[in-house]
Design a protein around this ligand. Sequence first.
Ligand code: NAG
Ligand code: NAG
Ligand code: NAG
Ligand code: NAG
Ligand code: NAG
Ligand code: NAG
Ligand code: NAG
Ligand code: NAG
Ligand code: NAG
Ligand code: NAG
Ligand code: NAG
Ligand code: NAG
Length: 416
Amino acid sequence: MRLSHAVAALIVAWFADFGCIQAVTLNVTEGNTTCIKADLSATFSITYNTSSSTRTVQVPLPNSTVVDAGRKSCGTDGSSPWLVAVFGSGHALGLSFLTNGILYSVANLTLQYNLSDASIFPEANRSGVVIVVLPSVGISATINTTYRCMSPSTFGVGGAAVTFSDMRLEAYMPGNDLSPTESVCTADQTSTTAPPTTAGTTTTAAPAPPPPGTPERGTYSVNNLNGTVCLLAQMGLQLNVSYFSLSQNKTIQELVNLTPNLTRSSGSCEASSASLVLAQEGSSTLNFTFTLNSTSNKYHLSGITLLANLSDATAPFSASNTSLDYLRSTLGHSYMCNAEQTLVVATTFSLNTFRLQVQPFEVTTNQFATAEECQVDQDQMLIPIIVGAALAGLVLIVLIAYLIGRRRSHAGYQTI
Ligand SMILES: *[C@@H]1O[C@H](CO)[C@@H](O)[C@H](O)[C@H]1NC(C)=O
Ligand SMILES: *[C@@H]1O[C@H](CO)[C@@H](O)[C@H](O)[C@H]1NC(C)=O
Ligand SMILES: *[C@@H]1O[C@H](CO)[C@@H](O)[C@H](O)[C@H]1NC(C)=O
Ligand SMILES: *[C@@H]1O[C@H](CO)[C@@H](O)[C@H](O)[C@H]1NC(C)=O
Ligand SMILES: *[C@@H]1O[C@H](CO)[C@@H](O)[C@H](O)[C@H]1NC(C)=O
Ligand SMILES: *[C@@H]1O[C@H](CO)[C@@H](O)[C@H](O)[C@H]1NC(C)=O
Ligand SMILES: *[C@@H]1O[C@H](CO)[C@@H](O)[C@H](O)[C@H]1NC(C)=O
Ligand SMILES: *[C@@H]1O[C@H](CO)[C@@H](O)[C@H](O)[C@H]1NC(C)=O
Ligand SMILES: *[C@@H]1O[C@H](CO)[C@@H](O)[C@H](O)[C@H]1NC(C)=O
Ligand SMILES: *[C@@H]1O[C@H](CO)[C@@H](O)[C@H](O)[C@H]1NC(C)=O
Ligand SMILES: *[C@@H]1O[C@H](CO)[C@@H](O)[C@H](O)[C@H]1NC(C)=O
Ligand SMILES: *[C@@H]1O[C@H](CO)[C@@H](O)[C@H](O)[C@H]1NC(C)=O
């Protein structure tokens, strides 16, 4: 009896302190509204020194973890929303958020542990609370969606790290419950066949994805307030972005294709400017601005803004340039370019367009007006003409040579 009691107590202690990873629910509410909610499991991995050696302990976040009432905010006072989850004696996990109106992300992650807690850090040669702040860990999602990552993901520096798993999290919430729409992390997207728990530290693996090939061509339009189409566009789009990859610990260049059937278009049409906004759910928003010069009756693409959610980047990616001069054409015409074009927007971002036709002004009856074609297309159209002309010339020369030859040989026969 005694022995089984002791064993039971040991098992309970073990579950409470170590092995058993439990799901915790954390929320931050202000008044009656919830602004941050997180369902997750987490394990701290802490390396500390004793007088004679170095040890590493794994500390799961227990289900008794609660949000510290004194260290939470919905950001209504202009600060950023944050929460601090506390457990045990002086241990804590902090999450701070920021948004750009389209995406939200974890601005920084705080790990706090108390080396004086001998039940977790026996024989530690130091005492007191240690705080580690990790800026921009790359957790980000489209606003009004839930960030979901079932696969384990590890964030840390030096001897302190936290591994999250089974994570569902949302900040800037539109309601009191997690949004049903989810932004799924890349680790989950790629490990559909493997059970998530065996995927290991996915933040350090992720090989470079293969180049995506030519993007599909999409058809997009913008409606006036009275419902008539005022802007038309057909094109395949490919983003070429450079960013700092967390998993590879270096700046990498990546090509990302826009998928037309996952992309929604919106925008506005005014007398001398028009905008086309393409939003791909959970990943990117592209804003094109076209400007009309009413003196010269010429229009051009004057601005491009990109906001993208790259799961492996340290923060939401953004790039913008409002003094561009691309796709120049005349009012009353559409602009067309079948050849691939590269529109450089910033040092970190350029946009590749394929089989493009746009008309940002004076669209009538849902159709493109006569197209003005880009120089590359015109040059490419010249090639078959030149080749054709050259071939025709060759045929002519051969024919003439043959005729002359025939006449000569005729003459030859006659002399015999
Ligand atoms: C938020 O958490 C508290 C306890 O931490 C709980 O009483 C409350 O019901 C939760 N609210 C929501 C909306 O889940
Ligand atoms: C919160 O809800 C209660 C009951 O539903 C209501 O009486 C109260 O006015 C609400 N408070 C706010 C700040 O909306
Ligand atoms: C542990 O001790 C080693 C050697 O003295 C030192 O280099 C290391 O920084 C210490 N680690 C921690 C977490 O204090
Ligand atoms: C925490 O987990 C233990 C064991 O799984 C369970 O007995 C206990 O009721 C849980 N406590 C809470 C507050 O959920
Ligand atoms: C750290 O742990 C010690 C021992 O459990 C405790 O006395 C102390 O209050 C803790 N510190 C904090 C800041 O909670
Ligand atoms: C975490 O990020 C928020 C938002 O940018 C900032 O207000 C806060 O000071 C940061 N905290 C730390 C410890 O860096
Ligand atoms: C998010 O949802 C709220 C409430 O449903 C809405 O007012 C807001 O415009 C939405 N934001 C975005 C960026 O869709
Ligand atoms: C729709 O509105 C535009 C200006 O906003 C106007 O030029 C056009 O005539 C209107 N079309 C119809 C059918 O009312
Ligand atoms: C990232 O690379 C830098 C130098 O390239 C190195 O100093 C640093 O330790 C690396 N960080 C990680 C987490 O590997
Ligand atoms: C999008 O298009 C691709 C290929 O055209 C198709 O395989 C996929 O099912 C489509 N997805 C949706 C959500 O329509
Ligand atoms: C797109 O850019 C235009 C011009 O800068 C701006 O007026 C508009 O609000 C932008 N749209 C979105 C959705 O950001
Ligand atoms: C419009 O075009 C005219 C004639 O080409 C030029 O002089 C003028 O600077 C242009 N205006 C703007 C705002 O670019």
